[in-house]
Design a protein around this ligand. Structure first.
Ligand code: 6R9
Length: 626
């Protein structure tokens, strides 16, 4: 019997060096590390390093080391968008061969260790091959979600100086096609530094190819050797960059490194999901989000697991699709977002009950707080009351699970329960004073852990300023939380200007910048409001330029404009034309008031007397949308 969770957790805090050097043996090191964590969150000597003298390769850990015993085990099952198309199975030996080929194609295109490679792909096996191929040769991947616009893609490529992008002719999702290559062409007009576009054939659509820049993957692959030795990497060499939204400014490129990140993904996958081969593990997240990185690709493959890559969406062509996929591939663990559950729950229990789902052993959620009603439905209806639920709290910045049940942790609907090994969460009040016992406040993490981000790409100061300035000496998560009498953690949601729409992070500032780019818009303020299915919706207050008439057409045009600037996930659910915004005398927009109006809590606006013009509030209340 393994040591109990609490005993192990205590040991991880009492003897971090001993604990982490032992855990590090879960990886296959070329040179095993002799040092664990070396870090300080104090401004004067701020640094974070883990396993600094260790050398390893991530793709060798995910593939090569499994070949002696598990060459014929299925590594990746691919389920196509259209269920009438045959699924594909790739063994570890096959994925290894594909990745070596892919890596050699990248090399043939001149990609070298440390270069940034952008991945703008649909959910096809080649997306996973692309990530592992970058890791194999030490290139740093930067995946951009396939739903982001040309502007967003160009901005991210420019920010990290990425000259190479891997894409597909088109993607498929919910019966529609997504014009990926066309969007890359547009992005290349915006960012002139795009030198190579590697195009994987997916739908077979005839797309224009620019000579000297665009390369068909299948043609390039036929010309390269099959062998590609993995590049030895230092533990602290960057593995990937992933852009995510914060409260201010443009999305930041979160940097994760080789050793610490891989250990975190490996250990959390193994522990939280208690994975047992040859079970099938299904994470429904897109590879464009951190959940796709850690629990679709790296965590499962590092554990020689079988991971399911689904090209489509859970509710197409019908709300039964997700359960049909579970049955078709005998999925044991389903890991999805509360928003998906809420939308499926609306369709009624009969659709679920008509399917067997008896392969399911464990259910997981991630991305946003899960409301107890959705939790119970997941447990009672989806899991027939026999599958535990692991509600995993973590962030792009944390690399993997931070507060989460294990399958045998007693749960409470809506609580992420207890911290993972090495994680020391605390609650602080607004002044930074620690709150003890039962309390609610700002969730911070008091010490470094191996999987944490190491920096913001290209902006050394921003890492410290964003996460370590508000409360000195600790990592600020941006989330609020409550600790109950049993010491269980309940995440209450963001305390900053980040909104969580269907489990996707969106900075209010980003949507505002997109809106004010429109010729007719003078000013915009964006807030979140509670939404039945999405968790939070986007509510925008827009002040038009003088002389411009508000109209239904303009409203539509503004929504389309945001979709074009950022991508469909940023489309406002509600736009209210507002002649004026509530501002303090120093000109600061009082978002508290805007939030309350959007939430419909008109009676709780609080003190408005400090406003420069309190009368704007009446107009806002009168013309509230919804
Ligand atoms: C993994 C991921 C991070 C933000 C995070 C929090 C919210 C994620 C949650 C959760 C409550 C959970 N969040 N998991 N809130 N319970 N189980 O989603 O990363 O996209 O960076 O979002 O999502 O607010 O701060 P990311």
């Amino acid at each position: 019997m393994a040591e109990s969770r609490t005993v192990q957790h205590q040991r991880s805090l009492d003897d971090p060096d001993g604990f982490w050097l032992e855990q590090a043996k879960a990886l296959d090191w070329i040179t095993p590390p002799t040092k664990a964590g070396d870090w300080s969150f104090d401004e004067a000597e701020f640094h974070v390093r883990w396993f600094e003298d260790g050398v390893l390769n991530v793709s060798a850990n995910c593939l090569d080391r499994h070949l002696p015993e598990h060459a014929n085990r299925t590594a990746i099952i691919w389920e196509p968008d259209d269920a009438r198309v045959e699924p594909q199975h790739f063994t570890y030996a096959e994925v290894h061969a594909e990745v070596c080929h892919f890596a050699n194609v990248l090399k043939a295109q001149g990609v070298k260790k440390g270069d940034r490679v952008t991945v703008y792909m649909p959910m096809i096996p080649e997306a996973a091959f692309a990530l592992l191929a970058c890791a194999r040769i030490g290139a740093i991947h930067s995946v951009v979600f396939g739903g982001f616009s040309a502007d967003s893609l160009a901005g991210r490529m420019e920010d990290c100086g990425s000259a190479v992008v891997i894409t597909a002719d088109e993607g498929r999702r919910g019966g529609k096609t997504v014009p990926l290559k066309t969007t890359v062409d547009e992005a290349a007009k915006i960012f002139g530094g795009v030198k190579t576009v590697l195009v994987v054939k997916c739908t077979g659509k005839d797309v224009p190819m620019t000579r000297g820049r665009d390369v068909w993957y299948h043609e390039a692959a036929s010309k390269v050797p099959a062998d590609c030795p993995p590049e030895p990497m230092k533990a602290e060499d960057p593995l990937f960059i992933l852009y995510t939204s914060g409260s201010t400014g443009k999305p930041k490129g979160v940097v994760h490194t080789t050793g610490g990140y891989l250990l975190w993904a490996t250990l959390t996958f193994r522990t939280t999901f208690d994975y047992k081969a040859p079970e099938v593990f299904w994470c429904t997240a897109d590879v464009g989000w951190v959940t796709g990185h850690s629990y679709l690709v790296y965590g499962p493959l590092a554990n020689a697991a079988t991971t399911l890559v689904f090209e489509g969406v859970p509710n197409w062509p019908t709300a039964a699709r997700i359960w049909e996929v579970v049955n078709r591939h005998q999925v044991a663990t389903l890991y999805t977002a509360p928003t998906a559950l809420r939308s499926l729950m609306k369709e009624g229990d009969d659709i679920v009950k008509a399917t067997s789902r008896k392969s399911l052993r464990l259910l997981g959620t991630v991305g946003e707080p899960i409301n107890p009603e959705a939790w119970r439905w997941y447990h009672d209806v989806v899991g027939d009351g026999r599958c535990p639920i692991v509600d995993t709290w973590w962030q792009t910045e944390t690399g993997g699970h931070m507060i989460t049940p294990f399958p045998d942790t007693p749960t409470k609907p809506g609580s992420a329960t207890l911290p993972f090994y090495g994680v020391e969460p605390k609650l602080l009040d607004g002044e930074g004073k620690e709150l003890h016992g039962e309390a609610e406040g700002n969730l911070i993490i008091a010490r470094a852990w191996p999987g944490m981000m190491r920096g913001v790409w290209g902006d050394e100061k921003r890492f410290f300023e964003t996460y370590f300035r508000t409360f000195p000496g600790v990592y600020t998560t941006g989330d609020g939380a409550r600790r109950d009498a049993d010491g269980y953690w309940w995440i209450t949601g963001r305390v900053d200007d980040v909104i969580n729409v269907s489990g996707h992070r969106m900075g209010t500032a980003e949507v505002e910048s997109a809106l004010v780019l429109h010729d007719d818009v003078a000013e915009a303020a964006v807030v979140g409001f509670p939404h039945d299915v999405k968790g939070q919706g986007i509510y925008a207050y827009v002040t038009l330029n003088s002389g411009v008439e508000a109209s239904e057409d303009l409203l539509k045009a503004l929504k389309a404009h945001v979709r074009h600037e950022i991508g469909p996930i940023a489309t406002p659910d509600a736009i209210q034309f507002a002649p004026g915004l509530p501002k303090t005398r120093s000109g600061k927009i009082m978002r508290r008031i805007l939030r309350k109006i959007a939430e419909g809590e008109i009676g709780a606006l609080g003190d408005t007397s400090t406003l420069a013009d309190p009368s704007v509030v009446d107009d806002l209340v009168r013309n509230r949308v919804g």
